[in-house]
Ligand binder design. Sequence first.
Ligand code: GYE
Length: 351
Amino acid sequence: MIPTESTNKNRIKNRVKNRIRTAAGFATLLMPTLLSGCGSSTMVQTETEASDGLISVAFSEVGAESDWRVANSESMRTTFTTENGYEFYFEDAKGKQENQITTLRNYILQGVDYIVLDPVIETGWDEVLEEAKDAGIPVIVVDRMVDVEDETLYTAWVGSDFQKEGEMAVEWLETYLEEQGRSEEEIKILHVTGTAGSSAQLGRTAGLENGVEAHENWEIIAQVAGEFTQAKAYEEVSEILQQTSDIDVIYCENDDSAFGAIQALEEAGITYGTDGDVILISFDATEAGLTACMEGKLNLNVECNPMHGPRVEEIIQQIEAGETPEKTQYVEETWFTPEMLTGELIESRGY
Ligand code: GYE
């Protein structure tokens, strides 16, 4: 729920701070973050606003590796605005967990009201989350999950069911091959994986691997690390194509890596998509991904919704109201094939 002006005013008025922050402490501790993120003029302004009762929300983002990620950052930025009653801190971890741990420790020192974490990988969070818990700062995990011993180390998680996404792709492939009269044929799959150990990779990979296990005639001929980027996927797929062109399906774990695969296929003179030799499957359904799908370049694009800002805000509002948010919140998702798409539909989705 996006707050109205009056709910914001009420919330700010009624807000009880359970941690004491001194203006001087804020100025010193926040300086590095604010200087790196927004410039010194913002710092002066923010300091004043902090004492006006804004809710401080400090986000640690994975990076800027993909179109999906850019849309996700934008969703957070446009939700946690001053007008909506927030003081927002943003750090890009450049794909490194150690950067996120440093950022989280800074946020804890600053005494922010909420930490929002989109973890690069699932493991290795116990210690720093314990520190946040000891400091009394609720941590909301978004998009990717954390794998921790003690579930009370974070307040709630909201994101996608990545394994279900993979299962949707497998189900679609099964039906598609049937329709093509190829269900008995040997199917050779090239698997382009995302960032190793991230929830999106783990889930989408599990979905595919279970699907391959269930079909005797399906085979994963190679698994290459596309790391969710076009450049890495291009490099890896090009290398495979130098060894073999006997590939029926390329399963790319996001749109950017699908673009890398397309680049490699074109260079190798191999046709793909609805009119070609190789079936291309992708995830995310970003604007560029769906456009490629509508053009028949991608046979299937499974949706993964990045607009998490309002969802995280709803969780924060529940906590502010003294309610207990649901611990695990999955976003409903679907999938798209070329004939389902129009320019209008793509534009209406907003990412
Ligand atoms: O699929 C990919 C991004 O975690 C769901 O990360 C996210 C994934 C998304 O880099 O494009």
